[in-house]
Design a protein. Structure first.
Ligand SMILES: *Cc1c(COP(=O)(O)O)cnc(C)c1O
Length: 360
């Protein structure tokens, strides 16, 4: 069996321990003689998985009973629509910080519904950084301020929690949820498509203040209302059981490693290895992100020419370093170093970067 260091942005690498555990119990889950994807979502063994995953997520985030965890399908992209549908009106709009592709897509949904406005944007600077606190134009009469905490494509990340006064703060944390301690209590709603840092595609984790989601507008269809998921413990209809089961295993793995503090320690070592390789390259590698906005999850950089970039991708793969090609809107390289990427993987890529520069 060959396993590579997988730097793909999403779906992305998962902890080997978790994959092995899932493999070992796949044919006979919890003594049932069936796999987790063959049993009822109303059965006791499934219910245990479902509720434990929720409890572990809240525990890792340091959140209590005033928050609820929902499991919703449709990807983070459906949250772009559900959020304005549930919370914004033409009188009280949703306000958006534009810091990359996904936050712009989120805004687009609100704008289509006629309920979106922009609080700040770094588009003019090709999204090299996230806006600073003093650049946020916070209208006190909006329903929420939406930020994308880690910009997966551009490789930038918020290193501060925006102060929004009394305006509820909402965040798309699809690509950095549970990667480090954050003062999650400052957020009213956080969501993450799990296929970046937390599991296989198929489910979105929504963590929200209960008071916000216990009652939705009566005009909304059942599956687009947060209160449907809230009132039925995300079991109104058949949930994506396998994805939730895997997320539960990843959350348990994070806990067993030492929680978010330990994730942050590992992730900052990995990020430093790669950013040092960029910064010590005499301009051979050019980071896309401004230094104070650099992501600890997605490291984006260019090489002197597109030929060299092609060569880099091909030679990296020969060294078992897979998935380093960047997104077309930035070009160049993107190394995604989520929780499950071992430090040795980042070391191997940094060594390769140094060697490649010398050879070229
Ligand atoms: C990938 C990604 C999305 C889109 O997620 P889907 O689950 O594919 O809809 C949204 N936001 C961020 C930050 C992402 O990285």
């Amino acid at each position: 069996m060959k396993r590579v260091y997988n730097f793909n942005p999403g779906p992305a690498t998962l902890p080997l321990e978790v994959l092995k555990e899932a493999q070992a119990e796949f044919l006979d889950f919890d003594g049932s003689g069936m796999s987790i994807i063959e049993i009822s979502h109303r059965s006791k063994p499934y219910e245990k998985v479902h509720n434990q995953a929720k409890a572990d997520i809240l525990e890792l985030m340091g959140l209590g009973d005033d928050y609820e965890v929902l499991f919703i399908q449709g990807g983070a992209s459906l949250q772009f629509a559900m959020i304005p549908m549930n919370f914004a009106t033409t009188e009280r709009k949703g306000s958006y910080v534009l810091s990359g592709t996904f936050s712009s897509n989120a805004y687009k949904e609100a704008a289509t519904l006629g309920v979106g406005e922009v609080a700040a944007s770094t588009k003019e600077e090709n999204f090299r950084r996230v806006p600073r606190q003093e650049e946020l134009n916070i209208n006190p009469n909006v329903a929420y301020l939406h930020v994308c905490y880690n910009n997966t494509i551009y490789g930038t990340e918020f290193h501060y929690v925006p102060d929004t006064g009394n305006v509820p703060l909402f965040a798309d944390m699809s690509s950095d949820m549970l990667s480090r301690p954050v003062d999650f209590k400052k957020f009213s709603l956080i969501y993450a498509g799990v296929q970046k840092n937390l599991g296989p595609a198929g489910v979105v984790i929504v963590v929200a203040r209960r008071e916000l989601i216990e009652k939705s507008l009566d005009t909304l269809p059942t599956m687009l209302r947060y209160d449907t998921f809230y009132k039925k413990n995300s079991l109104y209809n058949t949930p994506p059981a396998f994805s939730i089961y895997m997320v539960g295993k990843v959350a348990a793995w994070i806990k067993s490693c030492g929680g978010l503090t330990e994730m942050a320690r590992r992730n900052s070592i990995k990020a430093k290895l790669l950013y040092d390789a960029i910064d010590s390259s005499d301009g051979f590698y050019r980071g896309h992100a401004d230094k104070d906005s650099r992501s600890f999850m997605n490291v984006t950089f260019r090489l002197p020419s597109e030929e060299l970039e092609k060569k880099f991708v091909a030679e990296a793969l020969e060294q078992n370093l897979s998935g380093v090609k960047g997104h077309r809107s930035v070009g160049g390289m993107r190394a995604s170093i989520y929780n499950a990427m071992p430090i040795e993987g980042a070391e191997a890529l940094a060594d390769f970067m140094n060697q490649f520069r010398k050879n070229n």
